[in-house]
Design a protein around this ligand. Structure first.
Ligand SMILES: O=C(CCCl)NNC1=[NH+]CCN1
Length: 327
């Protein structure tokens, strides 16, 4: 059946956590449409590493089974990572249930995961071809659930500083306004990748031919990382915007009024609200603010949580497409 869980932003909308029940143990996890491993903090880790975290204890689950000799090792776009061994267990997300789901048990996690005590791990929702388990690659929760879901979809409804929803198996049309604009997804990269070749600022004339012209929908990335041409075009319309090498990106006066960004998603222009692009003050004085739109020099562009706060997104694993509508 379908499953629906509330998600909650960590402070500053840095990431969005939602409850996942593994072998009867409910832990909060980061749902990540930009990767394809389900890994958890667990009782194999040292007490120092576990300090402050919830942990999955396979010994307490009557349905856990070790996958002897299986290991995983994953590194993310932001340089964080985890590695360990693997078993299977029953996973239930708001009622959507998978038995025999690969549960990757971290024995090593990078610092940013240790300090992020609210998160018990990640649940990857990109395509299973990116899964890192060896010697036998494993499937994502969504892949395993597909055949049993009423509809072959999951949806992301992320909000600024407020509870949202992750749903599996149904599209709740009360969560967005207007029709969903659907775009085909190119699954070759293993990401939810689509064409994004144009942008406009504050309703102005659209630019076209953004170099590379590809983007991925990635709930596991905090910001929106776009081509330099988009970043330059956007911040040229923001008084006092500067590229601030010290803080590592574009900043502007917190008093600035930020224009909306219109961005191409498979031929339809989606809007990212200017308010959502004012990401956070860089210091306690609250004078200078850091932009939620920043540049990436690599392709594809990565449309992270900043994009999702203005747009409801449906991920269709039945026909490999993405549906987007304002919310
Ligand atoms: O790794 C990426 C970028 C893929 Cl191009 N997104 N997912 C994620 N999870 C934790 C940090 N980032």
């Amino acid at each position: 059946g379908a499953g629906s869980v509330a998600n909650t932003p960590e402070a500053g909308d840095v990431e969005y956590l939602a409850p996942v029940t593994i072998g009867g143990q409910t832990v909060n996890m980061d749902f990540d449409s930009g990767s394809s491993d389900l890994w958890v903090f667990n009782t194999q880790l040292s007490l120092n590493t576990l300090s402050g975290h919830m942990a999955y204890n396979p010994a307490q689950s009557s349905t856990f089974q070790l996958l002897p000799g299986s290991t995983f090792s994953i590194s993310y776009g932001d340089g964080s990572g985890a590695a360990g061994n693997v078993g299977t267990d029953t996973v239930n997300i708001g009622g959507a249930t998978v038995t025999g789901q690969a549960i990757e048990l971290a024995t090593d996690v990078s610092t940013s995961f240790v300090t992020d005590t609210q998160s018990t791990g990640l649940i990857g929702l990109a395509f299973s071809k990116l899964n890192t388990v060896k010697p036998v690659q494993q499937k994502t929760f969504f892949d395993n659930a597909l055949a049993t879901l009423p509809e072959p979809v999951f949806t992301a409804d992320l909000r600024h500083n407020a509870a949202g929803t992750y749903e599996f198996g149904a599209i709740d049309s009360t969560k967005f306004s207007g029709p969903l604009a659907w775009t085909p997804v190119n699954t070759t990269s293993g990401f939810w990748q689509f064409t994004s070749q144009a942008f406009a600022v504050g309703g102005g004339a659209p630019s076209t031919s953004v170099p590379g012209g590809q983007a991925i929908a990635d709930t596991g990335t905090t910001l929106m990382l776009a081509d330099q041409s988009v970043v330059d075009g956007y911040y040229s319309q923001v008084q006092g915007a500067v590229n601030n090498a010290t803080v590592g990106g574009v900043t502007f006066p917190c008093s600035a009024t930020l224009p909306d960004l219109q961005i191409d998603v498979g031929g339809t222009m989606a809007t990212v609200r200017g308010d959502d692009i004012n990401f956070a003050p860089v210091d306690q004085t609250g004078t200078t603010c850091f932009g939620g739109l920043q540049a990436t020099t690599v392709q594809p562009q990565i449309y992270g949580d900043i994009f999702f706060k203005s747009n409801f997104v449906a991920f269709n694993g039945g026909n490999n497409s993405l549906g987007v509508a304002p919310h």
